[in-house]
Design a protein around this ligand. Structure first.
Ligand code: SAM
Length: 231
């Protein structure tokens, strides 16, 4: 299967295993992953998407609406879907208290200064139970035919496994998380160890006792609500 499908399947498998109730996809683009996740409506009760590009989000968001058949099989569970236009470098109080935050092929579109803001916002402020982050593994680039430079002209960087690890471990120390590394898109036979996966993935888990206290957190609403629907 295509690599973007494999990345989304990775998230779906995680959701099946861990059953998060509140999930937000950062950099949701045309809501493809959200469209797949909504089928878990018996387990998920709040599904949120955020992207800086509101036009992209609006393109297919109406496809997230329930179909007639959803009403024919009434379930006691409720699913709420919300889509926002906003930047992951900014805080928004509506994104706190989630079980899972996903960021698939997003961070490489940020400048390194903005990656710092992203870390602070996602781990320090949103402070979810789990975070899944995927980004290109630059060590794999020599295997991509016809590629010179970055995989996409909008990428600000592409990290080696060591660079991703350094960033991830710094984040863990600072905000009280642990991380495991994996990926999707296998290297040619015999070269998996030396090259790694095409897309590298960090799965972060909040350590016990590291839940931030909300008491005097001030409520900021920086994002614009584009769409909201209740099943
Ligand atoms: N996550 C999707 C997927 O897996 O197919 C789309 C990935 S796309 C390569 C990167 C997305 O991140 C784009 O839709 C872009 O608009 C969004 N993006 C870039 N910078 C952002 C920011 N600062 N805040 C929120 N979204 C951003």
């Amino acid at each position: 299967p295509a690599l973007h499908r494999q990345r989304h399947q990775f998230v779906i498998d995680f959701v099946k295993r861990n059953k998060p109730r509140k999930v937000v996809d950062l950099g949701c683009a045309e809501c493809t992953l959200l469209g797949k996740l909504r089928w878990f409506q018996r387990e998920i009760d709040l599904l949120v998407g955020v992207d800086i590009d509101g036009t992209k989000v609006k393109k297919k968001m109406h496809a997230l609406a329930p179909m007639a058949t959803d009403y024919l099989q009434p379930s006691y569970e409720q699913l709420c879907i919300e889509l926002y236009q906003g930047s992951v470098t900014q805080r928004d109080a509506r994104l706190r208290g989630f079980d899972l935050v996903t960021s698939i092929e997003l961070i490489e579109h940020l400048t390194l200064d903005d990656v710092e803001c992203f870390s602070e916002v996602v781990f320090g402020y949103m402070n979810p139970v789990d975070v899944i982050i995927s980004t290109p593994n630059s060590e794999f680039n020599p295997f991509l035919p016809g590629l010179s430079g970055f995989r996409h002209s909008d990428h600000k960087f592409e990290w080696t496994r060591a660079e991703f690890k350094t960033w991830a471990q710094t984040v863990c120390l600072k905000f009280g998380y642990e991380v495991e590394f994996t990926g999707v898109g296998a290297a040619p036979p015999g070269q998996q160890e030396s090259v790694g996966f095409c897309s590298q993935i960090g799965v972060f888990h909040r350590l016990e006792g590291n839940m931030l206290r909300c008491d005097n957190a001030e409520d900021v609403f920086a994002y614009t609500l584009l769409y909201s629907i209740n099943y």
